[in-house]
Design a protein. Structure first.
Length: 107
């Protein structure tokens, strides 16, 4: 009998020895999952973590954060910004919800 596969194990994650940078944070877990899906679909490895797990690194943060390899950060931020521009502001369904908010300033 085959062992069950955990979907989380199938998704690539950055090597813990690589320098990771925060490119996104949100109080809303579903919003963070949308951004992670966007990055995954573009082939950018990312790590979605509860901010409470990394309070030593980012004190005062709540919600979820997304970390990527340092060399992928610019591409990831550009992708998020492009997605934000692609959502029509006057669409009734999206006018009430900002699917992907402004990314945090990393520099």
């Amino acid at each position: 009998m085959a062992e069950p596969v955990n979907p989380a194990e199938m998704q690539p994650q950055p090597d813990p020895n690589e320098k990771l940078v925060k490119i996104f944070d949100s109080e809303d877990e579903s919003e963070a999952l949308v951004v992670k899906g966007l990055l995954d679909s573009a082939g950018i490895d990312s790590d979605l973590t509860a901010a409470s797990m990394v309070q030593e690194v980012y004190p005062g943060l709540g919600g979820m954060i997304i970390l990527v390899r340092e060399e992928d950060a610019d591409q990831a931020l550009r992708l998020i910004a492009e997605q934000r521009r692609a959502v029509p502001a006057d669409d009734d369904e999206t006018a009430e919800v900002d699917i992907i908010p402004e990314p945090p300033q990393t520099r």
